[in-house]
Design a binder for this molecule. Structure first.
Ligand SMILES: Nc1nc2c(ncn2[C@@H]2O[C@H](COP(=O)(O)OP(=O)(O)OP(=O)(O)O)[C@@H](O)[C@H]2O)c(=O)[nH]1
Ligand SMILES: [Mg+2]
Length: 221
């Protein structure tokens, strides 16, 4: 049985102030936190499980799962031995800094060095709220199409890294990697792009390298 807690959006003075405070607290506790966003089914949970496998013996990972309902994702993480907690967002399609704090207060964070928030599957609302994480990462999966940066620019603009997932399905879809990368870079020239397949493992090493480098930078800068 995984722990499920119901969180609510509370009115706080300023989400940006809350987020900045949380970011510093997490850093002081030695936790590098990443906010993972994408549309439903683009492969967040599969990608997190693959990431945890690669991090074994290198860093202890935890996942805060946010969904409107069910405990499917937290159960999947727990099965892999990943420290996890399921949040129910009371119908909200995003997580803000105070909601993140409510989740963290209930989670056993002892030993957790890298913490992912698996945000609610949605390509729009999560991009509007600073969660207090150190980095924003988003996934665009090949079956979704390479036009998504044009239609949903905010999430691409606010992400430090974009994962192009399900690379193994490239032969079956009319998706141009070159076009997708060019559209993302036009919105956000500083972001890093990692085309990969969590299923075959192709491309995972570049992502893991970036993750470890950014973690070191978070504590040493
Ligand atoms: N072929 C292929 N399928 C994948 C890959 N990653 C995920 N999938 C499949 O895509 C489907 C959705 O994956 P999830 O990891 O549950 O996606 P999610 O983004 O966590 O979904 P929500 O949490 O519901 O938003 C599942 O059937 C996965 O097996 C991949 O790299 N290649
Ligand atoms: Mg999921």
């Amino acid at each position: 049985m995984v722990k499920i807690i119901k969180i609510q959006q509370r009115i706080t003075s300023s989400n940006d102030t809350e987020a900045e405070k949380l970011r510093m607290e997490l850093r002081d506790r030695g936790i590098f936190a990443l906010n993972l966003m994408s549309s439903p089914g683009s492969g967040k949970s599969t990608f997190l499980k693959a990431t945890a496998k690669q991090l074994k013996n290198r860093a202890r990972m935890g996942v805060l799962e946010a969904d409107i309902d069910s405990a499917v994702d937290a159960e999947a993480m727990a099965k892999e031995g990943i420290t996890t907690l399921q949040l129910h967002t009371d119908g909200m399609c995003h997580v803000d800094a105070d909601m993140m704090r409510q989740g963290l207060e209930e989670m056993d964070l002892e030993d957790v060095e890298i913490l992912f928030l698996e945000n609610v599957g949605n390509l729009i609302c999560p991009a509007e709220f600073d969660t207090g994480c150190h980095k924003n990462v988003m996934i665009l999966s090949v079956p979704e199409g390479d036009d998504k940066p044009l239609k949903y620019p905010l999430m691409f603009s606010t992400s430090d890294a974009v994962i192009i997932s399900k690379l193994d399905s490239l032969p079956y879809f009319d998706f141009s990697l070159e076009r997708a990368e060019e559209r993302i870079m036009r919105l956000n020239p500083k972001c890093r792009i990692f085309p990969l397949s969590a299923k075959t493992g192709e491309g995972m090493s570049g992502w893991i390298e970036w993750l470890m480098e950014e973690r070191d930078r978070c504590f040493h800068d």
